[in-house]
Design a protein around this ligand. Sequence first.
Ligand code: ATP
Length: 880
Amino acid sequence: MASPAKKRKLNSDSKSSPASRNLDYFFGKQRQAVPSRLAKDAEQEVGGTVDSSTLTDEELARKLQAEWDQEAAGRSSADHESRNSGFGEGSNSTSVSAEVEKDPVEETALNGNVGEVNGSDRGSADVKPVLDSKSKNTLSLQATGSAEDTITSNIPFDESPLTFEPAKYIKDLQGHWAAEGGNASYALLTRCFVLVNSTQSRIKIVDTLVNLLRIIIEGDPNSLLPTVWLATNAISPPYISLELGLGGSAISKALKNVCGLDSKSLKALYDKVGDAGDVAFEAKKKQSFTLRKPKPLTIQGVYQSLVKIASTQGTGSGEIKQRIVDRLLQDARGPEESRYVVRTLCQHLRIGAVKTTMLIALSRAFLLSKPSGADFPVKTRTELAGLKKEALADVWSKAEEVVKACFAKRPNYNDLIPVLLEIGVCDELLVRCGLALHIPLRPMLGSITRDLSEMLTKLQGRDFSCEYKYDGQRAQVHCDSEGKVSIFSRHLELMTDKYPDLVAMIPKIRGDGVSSFIMEGEVVAVDQESGDLKTFQTLANRARKDVAIGSVRVNVCLFAFDLMYLNGEPLLDRPFRERRELLRSLFTEVPNQFTWVKSIDATSQDSETVLEFFKSATDVKCEGIMVKILDNLPNTKLTDEPDENPEIKESAPDPPARPSKGKKKANAKAKASEKEPEKKTRRKALLSTYEPDKRLDSWLKVKKDYSTTFDTLDLIPIAGWHGQGRKSKWWSPILLAVRNEETGSLEAVCKCISGFTDTFYKANKEFYEEGSEHVLGGKPSYVDYEGGHPDVWFEPQEVWEMAFADITLSPVYTAAIGLVSDERGLSLRFPRFLKKRDDKSIDEASTSEFLAGLWRKQEEKVPGAVKEVKDEAGVDEDVL
Ligand code: ATP
């Protein structure tokens, strides 16, 4: 993509561009006024590349203003009114007073190919806003740094939704939006991003989102869907492949093109702030005026631009994408809009408005607001404000449950939002927006247990099934009555093309009477002749895209473990025993290609049998076992309290009897606990239904690697130090972080030197080579770490599974700070690298909340057993 200087040059070649001029001359005055570095950059960039001309910068600017005024005259009266009231675009522009000449303005000056005027710093443009009455006679240049509209910036979005009144602002907002095309402005969204980013409080984050959504629902419902996509930093659900496909260079080019930065100053800025969005913020702050008239960004416009970027393919697509990116940055008003536009383009918004927060915010917003014309009931603020705390929590949580349940069965905002706008949050939503063929539901997940004893204790009194836990890839197979097959991954990506051999096999497994179904199983690499299981690594070697059936070298077998839908009917609410019966009786085995997971049924009394089964699983290279509740028996000991995160909230079970110590002990233990008076427990009754997107104790994982140790954590490597001695060529130790789901920041949790092979170290050093794109210039603003300076900061992008001895309180590491202690974070003792989790993105790394839950669990077991670590030296001693 041409730099602004080149573009001017191109334009200057055109016959019809009398306004083209020597930009050196053009920028001359500003440069004299403020000899800033940017001005020097601009000089470097543009010097001597364009024909000279006789127009002064003032004259050219007047011409532009004349054209803008002409356009403005043709605007709607609403527009006129709003500008009169000082809220129009003109009011956001700083001005340079001058008489307007009526000369026509060359198209070249307005077609987006005009270089930006750099020079005077924002602070120096100390001029008053222009009111409409004057604007016809006033020359306005867009002051990029100060263009945020005042209505938006004065809305108290972070107020409690119980006091916030959208109606108070909507009229003014709509007037303002009308001046800019009628749709909700991107400034509104940016304002909320800024507020969300400025707080650690989850309540404030949710409140801000709720209030934003309410304004949009009531003021511009058509912008709701794009708002939700942009706030969740996505443009489509995972199973629809719509990738932005922008390299980092597109953003750099745009920053150069739009803000007049040269490579050197861009690098210097990047090295200083470390995040592309923050670079855009700084660059825009320094950029004062632009001669191309910015078109205020709207939420819909930004979303459509992203979709356009993602859907543009083929020759010349790079240029087209670049132009859209440039345009977005040009039109962004002020540094904050630029920051969030760039973060959105980098797909790293860092506002912590993750899926769950958004679903909660949507459910609350639709309890209080509806679009004009909709007739579903909403609650009044006074109605809710009059409720007791528990009653209010109950109202919120019921609505949340409905919205979350819908999204778990049909995880696509394109389906959810239109129905919400029509009928609000009600039970019908579950019907209108339920399970459907060829749309993947979010999988049910298993809770991890330390060992078999813990599992047996947790499931006491229940019938359960123990299944081999195969080491392959989870697959959700959809087949409709026409025989069309879709296969989805654990993370809901479409992978039908990866497994043409499975697709071809499906007709063979469909027994008589099966028309449509959704089943789940583990795809495992196997020896075609013997059926012996192969490692996950073998499966990983299989090609991923557009695999031709004849080219398949790695044979796979699908080990089915669940059936969620059959012949047009969802089976999610049926007990597992029943679903499993249907799965086993209605489908046909195909040797070494399709079968059912190997399993035994047991109770906690059968510890010996379970132990033997566990051993047999690990003997054949399985990771361990999955244990699943079979029936929905009522369990009087357990309350039915909703429990989102049982791993964290559950009270610790009694120390379990080790299976190896024999049946007798386990039985004695079971008997003893029968006699004990009933303890009040917060555990949720275990269900045998299929609960999409939930990690409950009705599915437990018992893995061989960790059967004697603690849980593991999925951490993100964020920095490294030069190794010493033998390791001097590599990064060692490596700093790792957990993810703060609420703030989007990464919180350092430990340094690690253990578990790495030399080959690993070498590959790691090559990947995070200094100067490479995987390495940052400094500590990114979204990383929290108070310890000594690492030698290199990694671009966070990997997830590593880590084992550790225990969790300690730490004054150095900030992970989970505020969750277990206000002053101390958490760290790990003896962290050990286990493996890379290539199947996980950093958004799926362990959260600080999860870490805090593990710490609480540990403390409940042996309170105070792990001493607080006093300082970083102490941490290092322990950890390294
Ligand atoms: P999770 O998928 O629970 O978030 P994870 O990615 O760390 O966690 P694991 O701890 O390895 O995965 O365990 C869960 C995975 O085990 C399932 O997602 C599935 O792919 C696999 N699996 C293998 N055998 C079974 C089985 N019999 N039942 C359910 N899952 C199984």
